[in-house]
Design a protein around this ligand. Structure first.
Ligand code: MOS
Length: 708
């Protein structure tokens, strides 16, 4: 037995820059990812995907493939274990396309038609590529466009205040413009991978996901298992961005492990990820703004449309972003959906806000131009005191402070508002700005903190670190709560056996987990204050924030930000180069400035990529992607990215029990608009369709105005 001095009065871990606690393990390769963790007797599954976009499977020619070297089994709709999708899970009713191999219908190109399991991954792949599947093909429809037949308005997807048409009619200045954004993909570094096995009567899944509770609960539902008999772990994750929930590969791996009584691993290829792991829907958006001559908004109307699959509704809620942003006498916003023969889209970094802010913040810039008012001053004129639709107070709203600080650092005050008048050699140069907002939320979580006999502490929480630095942030939170050095704390995460906790999603992870860790640490300190020895297995305190989260007063809780960009455009080649970017955010308490800045810069980088490069193209004839790989789908590379600065203003909220707002998603919000606005300022041409490709710049023209 050891007596430990528990509290040394050391604080200040939160708010100081700390490198990742698992950083050394990651850079030395000691950290293992889901696709590389060794298992005895491991078998490998490889998916065979449909080559048609709609129809029925007529036959799966299993026998020739079963005779190939190493092949152990071929799972398909004729022989796979049955699963149940008639349940209401954590995210509502499940997408029926999770139920692979349950029927012969093909709902989209790249749909799983079989899983080949073999002794090695190469043997499984060889067999999957040799597998002959015949189809009864039906005509498909993958053509997305604004207002096309089949578009409908889902329940509860509209919000309304006042009389939009009357306010538009009474407005001195009106903007009415349409914007589009293309299909976009998550493209995280680490492909999806899972290993499933039955161990001691329990299903044990080693996976790469954003929340083991989420995946475990869905697997339990699908396979009708007692939730206590499912364990999912996900120690290191190379990016998620909304795409790493339960997807078909985990389901296939569980099926194969069940049939073969062996551990089975399924790893997706980059190409397979394009049809199997979700994506951001293309959007078509119309914005109508009406304002008085001084720029104050009278009418705000945002109509958005996205696509979904024919079997499951997913709403990319682009029209929601304005509901908290600007005051107007009349507000209207609606999200519409059209089902097509495509995979179901999913959450992708700032779902809704990313494409929605592009349309909204470009429209605001157009309004500023028409009113002859500086874009920042214009926004300030419609700054709300309370939620424009909800009437609720803001927990804190420091948007204007972000603009002030950003304008100062970016040099906005010297800006000549005229477009197309600055030339630097072959480049036309301009600057643009946009506002950003992202909701703040908390979900119930449980945590356990143990005082070990050796004077260290172990934190256990079913959090996920998908590259965000969450593990490090929670270590710092625990250190301050316990008043000890961070190095005395070991933080264990991403194991469903640790109990329920929020997923890494909605920018809510660190906020939700920190709350639970702080509560457990507080209880532990009370226990340790009673004195006495620490037994060999330590003293553990637990927390559950369900009640506290439920009691949080209703307010408008959001992070805010101001994005700035400088763009140079060569109208004779169509090339757009972003020269510098600055984002200033009001995101509550910043736990670890090092990783928080990295998150914000990551989001801003993606915003640039969205503005200029990213676009998944579907071939209308085949219904499948053209160039479903990282050559055909162009991401911004290092050479495309200028110096990017991200920083924040003080954003305290003394009434909030956590103070953390989350930085996972707000970094991308508004960036594409700031760049499009900078391109307009450079050239005098509005680009309302993303990405702003060279061909679009060439076709649109623009140039050096005589006024310059
Ligand atoms: Mo996210 S799109 O909440 O992972």
């Amino acid at each position: 037995m050891t007596t430990t001095t528990v509290t040394t009065g050391v604080t200040g871990a939160v708010g100081a820059a700390h490198t990742r606690v698992e950083g050394l393990a990651k850079v030395t390769g000691a950290a293992r990812y889901a696709g590389e963790i060794p298992f005895a007797e491991l078998a490998h599954g490889w998916l065979a995907l449909s080559t048609i976009a709609r129809g029925r499977i007529r036959s799966v020619e299993v026998d020739p493939v079963l005779a190939m070297p190493g092949v152990l089994a071929v799972l398909h709709h004729g022989n796979a274990p049955r699963v149940d999708t008639d349940y209401v899970g954590l995210l509502g009713r499940p997408d029926p396309t999770l139920a692979v191999f349950q029927q012969d219908r093909v709902p989209y190109a790249g749909w799983p038609v079989a899983l080949i399991v073999a002794e090695t991954s190469e043997q499984a792949r060889e067999a999957a590529e040799a597998l002959v599947v015949t189809y009864d093909q039906e005509p498909h429809d993958v053509a997305f466009s604004a207002g096309r037949p089949g578009t409908y308005t889902p329940e509860n997807s509209a919000a309304e205040k006042g009389d939009i048409e009357a306010e538009l009619a009474a407005s001195a200045v009106v903007v009415d413009a349409e914007y589009t954004t293309p299909e976009e993909h998550h493209g995280m570094l680490e492909p999806h991978a899972a290993t499933a096995r039955w161990e001691g009567g329990r299903l044990d899944v080693v996976d790469s996901n954003q929340g083991t509770m989420w995946v475990a609960a869905e697997l339990a539902n699908l396979f009708s298992l007692d939730p206590a008999s499912v364990r999912v772990r996900s120690e290191h994750v190379g990016g998620g961005f909304g795409s790493k929930g339960l997807r078909v590969h985990q389901v296939c791996a569980v099926m194969a492990a069940t049939v073969l009584h062996r551990p089975v691993r399924v790893v997706l290829t980059r190409r397979q990820m394009f049809s199997l792991t979700g994506y951001r829907s293309p959007t078509a958006q119309r914005i109508r703004l009406g304002a008085d001559a001084d720029g104050r908004l009278r009418a705000f109307d945002h109509q958005a449309q996205n696509l979904t699959s024919t079997v499951h509704e997913f709403i990319e809620a682009s029209a929601n972003v304005g509901r908290v942003m600007y005051d107007a006498n009349a507000h209207h916003s609606v999200n519409r959906v059209v089902p097509l023969d495509v995979p179901t889209p999913t959450f992708m970094r700032a779902p809704g806000e990313a494409p929605g802010s592009f349309a909204m913040e470009c429209a605001l810039d157009e309004l500023a131009e028409k009113c002859g008012i500086d874009p920042i001053a214009l926004r300030a004129r419609s700054e709300p005191d309370v939620g424009p639709l909800s009437g609720l107070p803001f927990s804190s709203r420091n948007l204007l402070a972000c603009f002030e600080e950003g304008a100062r650092r970016f040099g906005w005050a010297d800006r000549d508002p005229r477009p197309g008048v600055r030339r630097d050699g072959r480049w036309l140069v301009g600057t643009g700005t946009a506002a950003a907002a992202f909701p703040v939320g908390s979900m119930p979580s449980t945590a356990a903190v143990t005082a070990e006999a050796d004077g260290t502490f172990t934190v256990r929480i079913n959090a996920a670190d998908i590259g965000t630095g969450a593990r490090t942030a929670l270590t710092l939170i625990a250190a301050d709560a316990l008043e000890v050095e961070p190095r005395r704390i070991r933080t264990r995460i991403a194991d469903s056996d640790f109990g329920p906790a929020m997923i890494a999603g909605g920018s809510m992870g660190t906020r939700s987990w920190a709350w639970a860790v702080t509560a457990a640490a507080g209880t532990l300190r009370e226990q340790l204050a009673l004195g006495g020895d620490i037994p060999p297995d330590g003293i553990t305190a637990r927390s559950d924030t369900a009640e506290a989260v439920g009691a949080l007063p209703k307010k408008e809780r959001h992070s805010f930000g101001a994005q700035f960009a400088e763009a140079a455009v060569d109208v004779t080649t169509g090339e757009v180069r972003v020269r510098r970017m600055l984002g200033i955010f009001a995101a509550g308490r910043i736990v670890n400035p090092l990783t928080a800045r990295s998150q914000l810069i990551g989001g801003m980088t993606w915003g640039l990529s969205m503005a200029l490069h990213e676009e998944a193209v579907r071939d209308q004839a085949s219904g499948a992607h053209v160039g479903a790989d990282l050559a055909g789908y162009h991401f911004a590379a290092h050479a495309d990215i200028p110096p990017i600065e991200a920083d924040w203003v003080d954003d305290p909220d003394d009434e909030d029990p956590v103070g953390i707002k989350g930085v996972g998603e707000i970094g991308i919000v508004g960036v594409a608009a700031a760049i499009a606005n900078a391109v307009w300022h450079a050239t005098g041409v509005r680009h309302r369709d993303l990405p702003i490709r060279p061909d679009r710049v060439l076709l649109a023209g623009g140039g050096y105005s005589a006024a310059g």
